[in-house]
Design a protein around this ligand. Structure first.
Ligand code: CMP
Length: 136
């Protein structure tokens, strides 16, 4: 039975700054993801605070929001079967030091903050996150 899903992916400022967006987009494509929506934007700190609201009680929240709004990002809606879980597998662990070989964060991540990509962690959050950037 087909289980086509959508998930939100962000190529973070550290990767855009190093001009890695085409290489990372190609990784999604060769791993079976269709990029159905895409835009390059530079969000404000207030928008980043809204996007990462689930983390507002965490000690790293302020830095995280400052970082996501520090430069251009590429936001995408990705689609494939089991997109949410498969994207999380492709990204690897949050901390690039702990990410498996071959994963995006292992290949491109610099640190736990500058970990190059974000991906929705559940179908429920995928819908919320896709709406956040693409509702029009
Ligand atoms: P992301 O998948 O975008 O979701 C929240 C982000 O917070 C995470 O990736 C990390 O880049 C960042 N972060 C910073 N410090 C931590 C931490 N200690 N634990 C988890 N995430 C962290």
């Amino acid at each position: 039975m087909s289980n086509t899903e959508q998930t939100l992916s962000i190529i973070k400022p550290d990767a855009v700054e190093r001009n890695l967006q085409d290489e990372i987009k190609n990784e999604f494509k060769i791993n079976g993801f269709e990029i159905v929506k895409e835009k390059k934007i530079h969000i404000s700190k207030q928008e980043a605070e809204k996007f990462y609201k689930v983390h507002e009680t965490k000690p790293f929240y302020n830095n995280l929001c400052a970082y996501l709004s520090s430069g251009p990002i590429v936001v995408m809606t990705l689609q494939k079967e089991n997109a949410v879980l498969d994207n999380r597998k492709l990204m690897g662990a949050t901390n690039p030091d702990q990410a498996e070989e071959g994963t995006l964060r292992k290949k491109y991540g610099i640190s736990i903050d500058k970990n190059s990509v974000h991906g929705s962690d559940s179908n429920e959050n995928a819908k919320i996150e896709i709406d956040f950037f693409f509702k029009d």
